[in-house]
Write a protein that binds this ligand. Sequence first.
Ligand code: CMC
Length: 443
Amino acid sequence: MTTETKRQDGSGAATSQDSLSVVDNRTGKQYEIPIEDGTIRAMELRNIKVDDEDFGLMSYDPAFLNTAACRSAITFIDGDKGVLEYRGHPIEQLAEKSSYLEVAYLLIHGELPTQDELAQWRHMITIHTFVHENIKEFMQGFRYDAHPMGMLLASVGALSTFYPEAAAIKDTETRYLQVIRLIAKMPTLAAFSFRHNQGKPYVYPDNDLSYPANFLSMIYKMTELKYEPDPRLEHALDVLFILHADHEQNCSTSAVRGVGSSQVDPYSAVAAGVAALYGPLHGGANEAVLRMLRRIEKTENVPDFIEGVKAGKERLMGFGHRVYKNFDPRAKIIKAACDEVFEVTGKNPLLDIATELEKIALEDDYFISRKLYPNVDFYSGMIYEALGMPVEMFPVLFAIGRTSGWIAQWREMIDDEEQKIARPRQIYTGPRGLDYVPMHERG
Ligand code: CMC
């Protein structure tokens, strides 16, 4: 609670150590604002007023660069040290030892499952992979070359019309069923979108296969009776899903929380997340990396390209991050996964250019002084391409992995008693009180 003390001789009243002393120079009043968890509550600022009529002070933070909008126990990031943990577990260990479905369980439930819990979880996800036949039919109504991400966005939102009971978001049992359905059906919707875009028949889920293998089957199966992916590709895809599963309050997760705060059903909230991920600044950087590598063409051209970046003519795509000021831990893991995939598919010729770029950039003072390191997107595009995915599928693959994070964050928000409908404030900059002018008098 803010306390107000009259400032005397600039000294103020006795202050607590865990507080911020603020002097409003408009009035000369001093305020003590408690500091908790390294933050002050923005609402405390409202007590700072010029007079009783005053609305009170607000903070202005476009793009929420320095505003914590929630308390969360799901994902921890230390950008300076390059640390990423899901529910306290380092991403490196999860990528090496776990599976995507186990990680999804961890994100949703908060703890790693026992063997029985994992078996039950896998079973539940597996038996919910099919979608209603009407969904298939309405997807067939999209234009022949529709972007798969646009199709995914529409079809996830449409699930709410198939499961109207999902509106009961406070009913824990009903809510849990929607969590299962979302994680289970996302790959099916994604694969149907891909097949539609390719003009190929949709492939139904194969419930004998693992989560990533079933996805690959729905993507690639043609006339064979059973599709069996190379286990190395299956594993690499699973690792990619793990790496993308959550990344705390990024743009799409904030969209899911923001839209979900209206208490809409989770399908509609997750559709908002897919929409946010559709944007090139969020889900599209790996495509930009591939375009850049193709433009560089060969390793001999790397030094010239780097000079162009340093002169401000170019951006080194796949480098730098708003949060990580050190190696993005996901980039290291993806680099290792590249080797596994290229063993099967043959090396992507762009890898040599990427490796040379990384080597030179990591030794160059321009990048060192700005703390620019490879991010998750520097290598992910090359793996997706090696897996035979067109660039339109890159954000779709991201969305499959991120679904468990979105839905874990959505559940946490619904149960958080401090949360209300998201409703930011504004600084109004337009005119006021204008009179309506009849059309014939407007000049
Ligand atoms: N290449 C060259 N210079 C760069 C780069 C880059 N990729 N990124 C930042 N800089 C420079 C920037 O010009 C600035 O230099 P100066 O101080 O001389 O003006 C300095 O580094 C600080 O950059 P910034 O723009 O303030 O950093 P930011 O936190 O606003 O931007 C970023 C982060 C990711 C948008 C940016 O690094 C970037 O555009 N990277 C390339 C695109 C990319 O790879 N995006 C994927 C991000 S990871 C996806 C995910 O986690 O979801």
